[in-house]
Write a protein that binds this ligand. Sequence first.
Ligand SMILES: [Fe+2]
Ligand SMILES: [Fe+2]
Length: 171
Amino acid sequence: MNQELSQAMSDQINKEYYSAFLYLSMANWCSAEGFKGASNWMYAQYQEELAHAQGLYQYMQMRSEPVNFKSIDDPSGSWDNLLDVFKKTLAHEQFVTESINNLASVAMRANDHAAYIFLQWYVTEQVEEEGNANDLIDKLTLAADNTNALLNIDDQLAARVFAAPVIPYLE
Ligand SMILES: [Fe+2]
Ligand SMILES: [Fe+2]
């Protein structure tokens, strides 16, 4: 594999683990604030991010490429309210989308069609990730400081059940 592409793939694995860690930290905050449903939603998101990292890792194994693991940044933060949590989630996903797009561009420049095709799964997934965060920002903006409305949204988030994403090469 092209050296620049290999390094960028490694870096993306680290970013997915950071994403997982960030959402676990948010799950913990939501739980402490009494939003058990949002905590459940964030925990499922944490599991999904682990799967994203694992998918990239398995792909690198398939290509016999070394993975350069780095320490994961501290994700802990404090958020003003539930709306703020999802605004930060959207901002983070926009950052990840840019990173995935850059990664796909590196694959294209390296003429690595296999990696480019593999990365399309991640390109498509980012549309869903940003869409989910956007939907929740809209709902939470409408709810504003209405406690009943906030608890109603929290109940909806409690219904999320983690389903392992079907990523190529990830078994
Ligand atoms: Fe991800
Ligand atoms: Fe997703």
